[in-house]
Design a protein around this ligand. Structure first.
Ligand code: PLP
Length: 432
């Protein structure tokens, strides 16, 4: 039998975060490496395993479907039954207006699908996206991504027709940074919406703008919750100019924020919703949902892929949605999320290096700054993250400046696991 350790040097250097000791198992909120060391995984595999690692119900659905067929092609004149069952489950949780579904494999592919649909349906070329957003790493989606230059460097020129407006990141709004007394968590200024309107006057005319693409809660770019007025204002601008609103729920969906989808917090329904990650508990599946009339404007055969809507992944996704519903995991995310936020805000009072704590449900960010101001402190975020890792707690950072620690645990965690993680984090803050 081959020895996996003989292959370590043959893994692409692109995976720069390689463990010396590869992971071998995941169960619930934990992962184990090859030495048997157990970690509390508060990364959820970057927001994927909302039902926890290898939830028995999802595993059973995968086992059962694998025995019935691994690949029942969805592009040869049939759809398959697990896809229809998945759609029935999705119809219970997505806004009822978005009644038509298309499936692909990754988040980036689904964003591409949304953009292609928007361009073809409106006959308009341009897309407005937001500074600090992340939508993927394909050529199309990295052109829509501006969370970090690392995703773009060496790949220019990118897809044309993309224009960026500032996200409603109140803590780092230029007015607030220049004059911190102006900033409050309830700040409701129109500046970000004015910037979108300015873009429509100065760079991409409404009649050439197909869509505005937005994350309802900024993920990779810093775990930023915008004021509801921001997303509602975007909806109004879209309605005024017949521009489509695309919401990327890839990271914020499937119970993560304490609602099934983050958009429910804001009372805004987009024209196209993008989903992936938490959809299938780890199997590669993504999709878009839109109104039937809009989806019907997509030319048949003009988009798709061999594996999109794979039958085993669809079975896993149906089981995922049923698990989230029947085990009340969305409610658990809301309940434990409030506790998480409250305890982190208590820690903020003791630690001037914490500039802001913010989030919804179990999607919470802790922004580190140099005490006394708002200068991002990436080193502090890194050292706290490493100290947690040394104590068997896995956390991720995010943000353009890398100075934010994100809390994104599986939604199945219980109070004891949350307390354990918070204790480890607090000790790391005290000792670093
Ligand atoms: N959109 C958002 C909001 C994401 O967070 C991500 C991934 O992190 C993507 C799109 C891209 O998804 P994938 O990595 O599956 O291509």
């Amino acid at each position: 039998m081959s020895n996996p350790n003989d292959s370590v040097d043959n893994v692409s250097p692109v995976w720069t975060h390689l463990l010396d000791t590869p992971l071998v198992r995941g169960q619930g909120a934990y992962v184990w490496d090859s030495t048997g060391r157990r970690y509390l995984d508060f990364t959820s595999g970057i927001g994927v395993v909302n039902t926890g690692h290898s939830h028995p119900r999802v595993v059973e659905a995968v086992r059962k479907q694998a025995g019935l067929g691994l690949h029942l092609q969805a592009n040869i004149g049939f759809v398959h039954e697990p896809m229809l069952r998945l759609i029935a489950a999705l119809k219970e949780v997505v806004p009822p207006e978005l009644d038509t579904f298309f499936f692909s494999n990754s988040g980036a592919e689904a964003v591409e699908a949304a953009v292609k649909l928007a361009r073809q349906a409106t006959h308009r070329p341009n897309i407005i996206a937001f500074q600090r957003s992340f939508h993927g790493r394909t050529v199309g989606t990295m052109s829509l991504t501006s969370s970090k230059t690392v995703y773009r460097v060496g790949y220019q020129p990118l897809m044309a027709g993309v224009f960026f407006a500032p996200y409603a990141y109140c803590y780092r709004c230029p007015k607030a940074e220049a004059n911190p007394e102006l900033y409050s968590a309830n700040c409701r200024c129109d500046w970000p919406l004015e910037q979108v309107r300015f873009l429509l006057k100065s760079q991409t005319a409404p009649e050439e703008t197909a869509a505005i693409l937005v994350e309802p809660v900024l993920g990779e770019g810093g775990y930023v919750v915008p004021p509801p007025e921001f997303l509602r204002g975007l909806r109004e601008i879209c309605d005024e100019y017949d521009i489509l609103l695309i919401m990327d729920e890839v990271q914020s969906g499937f119970g993560r924020t304490g609602k099934f989808f983050a958009l429910e917090h804001f009372g805004v329904v987009p024209d196209i919703m993008v989903m992936a990650k938490g959809l299938a508990s780890g199997l590669p599946l993504s999709g878009i949902a839109a109104r039937r009339e809009l989806m019907a404007r997509w030319k048949e055969g003009s988009h798709g892929g061999t594996y999109g809507g794979n039958v085993v992944a669809c079975a896993a996704a149906e089981a995922t949605i049923r698990t989230l519903q029947e085990e009340h995991l969305v409610e658990n995310a809301a309940r434990l999320g409030s506790k998480l936020l409250a305890r982190l805000q208590e820690m903020q009072k003791q630690h001037p290096s914490i500039g802001e704590v913010r989030g919804l449900g179990l999607m919470v960010g802790v922004e580190f700054v140099v005490p006394g101001g708002r200068t991002p402190d990436k080193d502090r975020a890194k050292s706290v993250q490493q100290a947690c890792r040394d104590n068997d707690l896995l956390l991720l950072t995010c943000g353009t400046e890398g100075n934010i620690i994100r809390w994104i645990p599986p939604l199945i965690i219980n109070e004891r696991e949350l307390d354990t993680a918070l204790d480890i984090f607090e000790r790391a803050l005290d000792n670093q």
